[in-house]
Design a protein around this ligand. Structure first.
Ligand code: EPS
Length: 366
């Protein structure tokens, strides 16, 4: 299976299956000298992990990271950084019934059609378990971006089913397991997800990521546009069916006089562009949103076929997320951070001598 690597100057390769012995990644191209310790991975891995709240899958993985290479005396050496996490809580018997059929709405069907063989245990390589290593790799990117450029990448859940926040406060986001920006609605969300879980069904979600502090100039037209690479990276996350940059699809109904972000000496007056023009960062906050489909592994019976092509009814048991979007925020942040660091290194390589070009107007915060 190819295409397990992305990024040009900062490249990330992930490997492993949900019920295999381990998952891992190799991060290549990180500049030398960045302080890096295993403890620094803990927070983001916990934010993404299953089994940390009642509202996600109850699989319980320690997600202890081992740094196998690329770090000497607590600093990156410029050589490939290999990271490994051992799987410890696989329950493969839950997948016995799925050996011979395909969950409707799941990659079971397409993996089978493509490869003629698949590892059905926990979804194998198509499992959201793989996203653990994206989050791990992005711990490095987030740290480098913050130290070197003052960039902060953070995200929040922006919609679950038809429920949207009524207020917005970044401080609320990290204080609830939904990454929800409206603290007053958390009980409502709990009841919503509880009812959903009891019904055996699932629901979709929207996650928004904002990167503040990105300087103007990152992104390579024509085929390496910052928004193009963000879209590809975000779309590669399990269950993502849509990506928007800035106003996204709302731009369809806007007039040019409304959509354009007027520029004054004091700064941009709006940020419909999501911080990117012509594939290059403007210096405004980079804003991207993703639409995640409802989890396909549900208890509601659905029609499918078996390997002989005969009709069967599928009910997926096991420890599944009623809404994968609930813990997708750190994953989306990770992909944005990895793309930004790659683009920052590429900008430095080609345009490092250009320096600051006047006028540089202040960006509009996200
Ligand atoms: C997943 C199914 C569940 C989740 C898993 C993603 O796995 P299992 O069936 O083995 O319990 O727990 O998520 C993780 C283990 C993780 O770390 O994200 C799926 O089908 O994608």
């Amino acid at each position: 299976m190819s295409s397990n690597t992305f990024g040009k100057l900062l490249s990330v390769t992930t490997f492993g299956e949900s019920h295999g012995p381990a998952i891992g990644c190799v991060v290549d191209g990180c500049p030398p000298g960045l302080a890096l310790a295993p403890e620094e991975f803990r927070d983001d891995l916990e934010r993404r992990a299953t089994g940390r709240s009642r509202w996600t899958s109850q699989r319980r993985e320690a997600d202890d990271i081992e740094i196998l290479s690329g770090v000497y005396q607590g600093r990156t050496t410029g050589t490939p950084i290999a990271l490994l996490i051992r799987n410890t809580d696989q329950r493969s018997k839950d997948y016995g019934d799925l050996q011979g059929t395909f969950r409707p709405g799941h990659a079971d069907y397409t993996y089978w059609q493509k490869y003629g063989i698949r590892d059905p245990r926990g979804g194998g390589r198509s499992s959201a378990r793989e996203t653990t290593m994206r989050v791990a790799a992005a711990v490095i990117a987030k740290k480098w971006l913050a130290e070197r450029h003052g960039v902060r990448v953070r995200g929040h859940l922006a919609q679950i089913g038809d429920v949207v926040p009524r207020a917005f406060d970044w401080d609320a986001v990290e204080r609830n397991p939904f990454f929800w920006p409206d603290a007053a609605m958390v009980e409502e969300l709990e009841a919503y997800v509880n009812a959903l879980r009891k019904s055996g069904d699932s629901v979709g979600a929207r996650v928004t990521v904002v990167a503040d502090g990105v300087p103007p100039g990152w992104g390579e037209p024509i085929y390496g546009k910052l928004d193009g690479e963000l879209a590809a990276a975000l779309m590669s996350i399990n269950a993502v069916k849509g990506v928007e940059i800035g106003a996204g699809f709302a731009a369809v109904a806007q007039r040019g006089s409304e959509h354009r972000d007027e520029i004054t000496p004091q700064g941009f007056l709006s940020n419909h562009a999501g911080g990117i023009l012509g594939g290059i960062s403007t210096g405004q906050a980079v804003v991207a949103s993703i639409a995640l489909k409802p989890t396909s592994s549900i208890l509601v019976p659905g029609r499918s076929v078996n390997l002989a092509g005969e009709p069967v009814e599928v009910v997926t048991k096991g420890r599944h997320d009623p809404c994968v979007g609930i813990r997708a925020t750190p994953i989306a942040e990770a992909m944005v951070a990895l793309v930004l660091m790659d683009q920052a290194l590429r900008h430095r390589a080609q345009c490092g001598d250009v320096g600051d070009v006047a006028p540089r107007v202040p960006g509009q915060a996200g």
